[in-house]
Design a protein around this ligand. Structure first.
Ligand code: DSN
Length: 437
């Protein structure tokens, strides 16, 4: 960079790097605008949220809670965060809500900080069975130096083996009984687990990251009334807000509220990304208005997509339970640890369908699993319904079963998607404002 005629002009080299970032960002936007985003942990944000996350709030700080800040200039943000706390309590029917967390994992780290001390015992679903990395030694559980035992898994029902999980909790008496997965097809029978946990003085923590929008929409399960003491979650999966997290509790105990708030700040956040918090608040208001129908449509679409895939000839997991009760569908594409899931995900991407490979029961290698984990929440958000789910399943069959050239199919994917460019279930959905740049 050099200063010429009183103004700074960038060197070609550094400016070129910035342009490369702009170009790659635009190209990533095109990929999703023209393609089918089917990663179960993703979503797109509404026009109003897009505007807020690009606002001046991005550069600001507001350590503390509304009315009790360490910085000046927070009056407007106090209004925003107070509104958001009230909305979160109402949308999630929770006596306590903290909306500052910057992700689901950060919510988990904070919850584990509030609920356990290093060396304490914890029980959770293993990553091989679909538990999130933050529930494992390699993630937040290890960071907090907790002593982890994993529940036995019922492959047929795709949920923890409930009798085995209760027996484990009664035997080892963990400080925290953690429930919830990233591969999350069915509600967990929580009451039995919570009864066992509370009997031995264990706190029940439910990670609702994936299914938070389904819970709030009343179509999955109601953890805070089924025995969960604390619920964590992401604000950007089936709950369709900007990236971030929530920390919620069924407890009425002020001391518990203080512990949870302190675990977020000063515990694990200083800046908590005010633009995203404000975006979450608008997303909460939108969810209060449209969330129930969005959640219902997601479930209809997931079930219809799973049935259509099975009818095409795919091996869809959990047939005996009608495949899914969430936004997710799981398919197996070859022998365990065969890497067939990785190959399938790659071929689908060549056709403009974005998914992720996933370990399924029996797989032991995260980089060469046999499965795909598919989510329909983003396609639902742009207005696709059960007819389109059948069309999408037929596209999968052309790529993966009939070995058609993926680049030919990419045109058909683009044509299908061209009719679904407007973000629904939000304010301003009649504007031609769809995918962000
Ligand atoms: N890794 C994300 C998922 O896809 O489930 C959650 O953090």
């Amino acid at each position: 960079m050099s200063r010429q005629n009183g103004s700074w002009s960038p060197s070609e080299k550094t400016f070129g790097k910035a342009m490369q970032v702009l170009d790659a960002t635009a190209s990533s936007g095109e990929l999703y605008r023209n393609g089918l985003g089917m990663i179960a942990s993703e979503n797109i944000v509404s026009p109003m949220v897009q505007k807020i996350v690009a606002s001046d709030l991005h550069g600001r700080y507001a350590e503390g809670l509304p009315g009790r800040r360490y910085y000046q200039g927070c009056n407007d943000f106090d209004t925003i965060e107070s509104l958001g706390i009230d909305l979160a309590k109402s949308v999630f029917n929770a006596p306590f809500a903290n909306i500052q967390s910057t992700s689901g994992t950060v919510s988990n780290i904070a919850a584990l900080k509030a609920l356990a001390k290093p060396g304490d015992k914890i029980t959770a679903v293993s990553t091989a069975d679909g538990g999130h990395i933050s529930h494992a030694r390699m993630g937040a559980v290890g960071l907090r130096d907790l002593d982890l035992s994993t529940y036995p898994w019922d492959e047929e029902r795709m949920e923890p083996d409930i009798d085995g999980a209760c027996a484990l909790i009664r035997e080892i008496k963990p400080k925290v009984s953690l429930i919830g997965q990233s591969v999350f097809l069915f509600p967990t029978p929580l009451k039995e687990i919570a009864d066992a946990a509370h009997e031995v003085g264990s706190t029940v923590m439910y990670d609702g990251a994936h299914v938070l929008g389904l819970i709030a929409g009343g179509v999955f399960q109601d953890p805070l009334r089924e025995g969960a003491d604390v619920m964590t979650g992401s604000s950007h999966k089936t709950f369709p807000g900007p990236q971030g997290g929530f920390l919620l509790s069924s407890s009425e105990d002020e001391k518990m509220h203080k512990r949870l708030n302190n675990a977020i700040f000063p515990g694990v956040c200083s800046s908590y990304h005010l633009h995203h918090v404000a975006g979450k608040v608008v997303a909460l208001a939108e969810f209060e208005e449209y969330g129930q129908s969005y959640a219902q449509d997601i479930i209809k679409n997931a079930q219809s997509f799973a049935q259509a895939l099975a009818a095409e000839g795919f091996d869809v997991l959990a047939e005996s339970r009608n495949y899914t009760a969430s936004h997710q569908v799981l398919t197996r594409h070859g022998g365990k640890d065969s890497g067939a899931g990785a190959k399938a995900a790659d071929l689908l991407e060549q056709a403009g369908i974005i998914t992720n490979m996933n370990m399924l029961p029996g797989d032991t290698k995260a980089l060469s699993p046999s499965g795909l984990r598919l989510g329909v929440q983003e396609l639902t958000r742009v207005g696709m319904g059960t007819n389109e789910m059948e069309e999408v399943a037929a596209l999968y069959a052309r790529v993966l079963l009939h070995n058609e050239n993926p680049s030919d199919i990419k045109e058909d994917v683009k044509n299908l998607k061209s009719n679904f460019q407007i973000i629904r279930y939000c304010f301003n959905d009649s504007q031609q404002s769809g995918y962000p740049l």
